[in-house]
Design a protein around this ligand. Structure first.
Ligand code: GAR
Length: 200
């Protein structure tokens, strides 16, 4: 691909989804885009180490130091403009973006969520909590969803989903691991390629 789209990946934690994207770029699953920046709101996120190992530039932004949500989002916008970013991927990014940010990137922000939306999603549903709720409810099938991001948490158009069966012996931790391995790490890279390919 001559002119790959520039991708920024936003992270907050371990970064296994970021790793899946890095691997997918290396093995050709992502060919219409290039991970050009990793942004974290957590200075200690292991995802930052993964980015450094892959020679991807990183930026850490501290919401408090930037004066709260507005300052944080303005700083994000200027970093993204400076780097000429075309697509933003939220990969375990544990901060909700307001309409002031999302309106500038309509259909250019995607997120991976560890359930089959519209189940177990929205404000307060993130990380392990999602799997705890799925087990509490007793659902037999869960999975992951990749969707476009708008101002409604987990409310944007769905791009891809993959189902994962729940086992009677599952704990939130075993379920989280299986949903990542069987669903998130597969549909996130595929969705990124699909969206990059269509971007003008
Ligand atoms: C992933 O399971 C991701 O789907 C989830 O957090 C985990 C991050 O793991 N995201 C959300 O819950 C967002 N609502 P990672 O840092 O290893 O990719």
């Amino acid at each position: 691909m001559n002119n790959p789209k520039k991708i920024a990946v936003f992270v907050s934690g371990g970064g296994t989804n970021l790793q899946a994207l890095i691997d997918a770029e290396q093995n050709g699953i992502i060919k219409s885009g290039k991970i050009s920046l990793v942004v974290s709101n957590n200075a200690n996120a292991y995802a930052l180490e993964r980015a450094k190992k892959a020679n991807i530039p990183t930026v850490y932004l501290n919401k408090k130091e930037l004066g709260g949500q507005n300052g944080f989002e303005n700083a994000l916008k200027s970093v993204l403009k400076e780097k000429g970013i075309d697509l933003i991927v939220l990969a375990g990014f544990m901060s909700i973006l307001s309409i002031n940010f999302t309106k500038d990137y309509e259909k250019r922000i995607i997120n991976v969520h560890p359930s089959l939306i519209p189940s177990f999603c929205g404000k307060g549903f993130y990380g392990l909590k999602v799997h705890e709720c799925a087990l509490e409810k007793g659902v037999k099938v869960t999975g992951a969803t990749v969707h476009f991001v708008n101002e409604i948490p987990d409310g944007g158009e769905i791009i891809m989903q993959k189902a994962v069966y729940i086992k009677p012996s599952d704990t939130p931790e075993t379920l989280q691991k299986r949903v990542m391995e069987q669903a998130e790490w597969k549909i996130l890279p595929k969705s990124v390629e699909k969206v990059c390919k269509k971007l003008k």
